[in-house]
Write a protein that binds this ligand. Structure first.
Ligand SMILES: *Cc1c(COP(=O)(O)O)cnc(C)c1O
Length: 363
């Protein structure tokens, strides 16, 4: 079997046609029809009034926090188990990152843990919809309402996921998406913020473009950013978004192949799906019960020697030098037993069967 990568984008004639059209039009920077089209279509897809495209998911996170006025002296509560960008974007604002534990079933932030972490300085919660499974937004929104906090969904890994039939990105004050090359849809690098709040929308567009005055060109009254997406990226994004149902259907099918292939294996668990959730299975998750980090890493090496790419779960942020320690026993139990298996659009049933065979053999 030739090498099976963990991820690769699905690029068809449609993507090539739209990007070619964008290049030929001469609108190669951050003006052009595809930007507006991508924002409008993405907002419609998520069921929000507005969307703002950005240069990547990390700048999208920073932009929304800056626009909400999060700053030094504030505290923001996030899940301890996430990609580092969630925490770093909070750090850029000067606010303090407070990481809390996850639920074992969803791998997402635990509402009870949020309650315990709230102080008079808390301004926002960023639930991360990890590996395609949405966080428990109903509980989180209840807590946020009671304490008057902003809820910003980090939906970078969960385009199309749902909570009780409503799409992520529409469930908090704002939703943040990434279109990095390995995400559910890609623009190469790229990000998006969805919201129903008109004021926030205007503020984000303003800050995205160096906070330039609308009335007076090259006049600026605060320090903004260049976080714009290019028309070329947006062209790729529009093509991908038009194919999102097809891309998500394949993710689900691939997950079912793994489920079937590994159904009789003891001592492992795959992605879960809470009764209220629609998981989009961004990454196939394999957890090896009772494995140490060392054993898990060895498992990854054995897969690699069989030409199968995989990746470890994220590490708890609280273990990293730039973040404060946190008491997060579930995140610490789960991260070391977890890895992700290949699940890109063009993977075949034969390849997944081969991977399942090798998983069993190594176990
Ligand atoms: C990918 C990702 C981001 C950041 O997105 P980039 O586009 O790579 O900057 C943020 N949060 C999570 C959970 C991610 O997986």
């Amino acid at each position: 079997m030739s090498f099976i990568p963990i991820s690769k984008p699905s690029i068809t004639k449609k993507e090539i046609a739209y990007v070619t059209d964008a290049v030929r039009s001469g609108w190669v920077s951050s003006l052009g029809k595809y930007i507006d089209m991508f924002e409008e279509k993405f907002a419609a897809y998520c069921g929000t009034k507005y969307a703002v495209a950005t240069s990547n998911g990390t700048t999208a996170l920073h932009l929304v926090l800056a626009a909400l006025g999060i700053t030094a002296g504030d505290e923001v509560i996030i899940s301890d188990l996430t990609f580092v960008a969630t925490g770093n974007a909070v750090k850029y604002t000067g606010a303090k990152v407070v990481t809390v534990d996850i639920e074992e079933e969803t791998l997402c932030i635990k509402p009870e843990a949020i309650k315990k972490a709230i102080t008079s300085k808390t301004k926002a919660i960023i639930p991360v919809h990890l590996y395609g499974h949405p966080a428990n937004m109903e509980e989180i929104n209840k807590i946020a309402k009671k304490h008057n906090l902003f809820v910003i969904e980090d939906a970078a890994e969960a385009h199309g996921a749902e909570v009780n039939g409503k799409k992520v990105g529409s469930l908090g004050h704002a939703g943040v998406f990434s279109f990095y090359g390995n995400k559910i849809i890609t623009t190469g690098e790229g990000g998006m913020i969805t919201t129903n709040d008109e004021e926030l929308y205007k503020k984000m567009r303003y800050l995205r473009d160096h906070a330039m005055s609308k009335e007076k060109r090259y006049w600026h009254t605060e320090v903004g950013f260049n976080y714009r997406m290019t028309n070329l990226q947006a062209a790729l994004g529009v093509a991908q978004l038009e194919r999102i149902d097809e891309l998500l259907a394949k993710k689900e099918e691939i997950f079912k192949w793994y489920q079937e292939g590994l159904k009789d294996v003891k001592g492992i668990r795959l992605n879960r799906q809470a009764s209220w959730a629609k998981n989009v299975y961004w990454m196939v998750c394999l957890e090896l019960d009772d494995y140490t980090e060392f054993q898990r890493d060895e498992f990854i090496q054995r897969l690699k020697s069989n030409n199968i790419d995989s990746r470890p779960y994220f590490y708890p942020l609280s273990d990293m030098p730039m973040y404060d320690d946190a008491d997060t026993p579930i995140a610490h139990k789960v991260y070391k037993r977890g890895l992700n298996l290949p699940s890109y659009f063009d993977i075949t049933k034969e390849e997944v069967d081969y991977i399942c065979e090798k998983v069993k053999e190594i176990l």
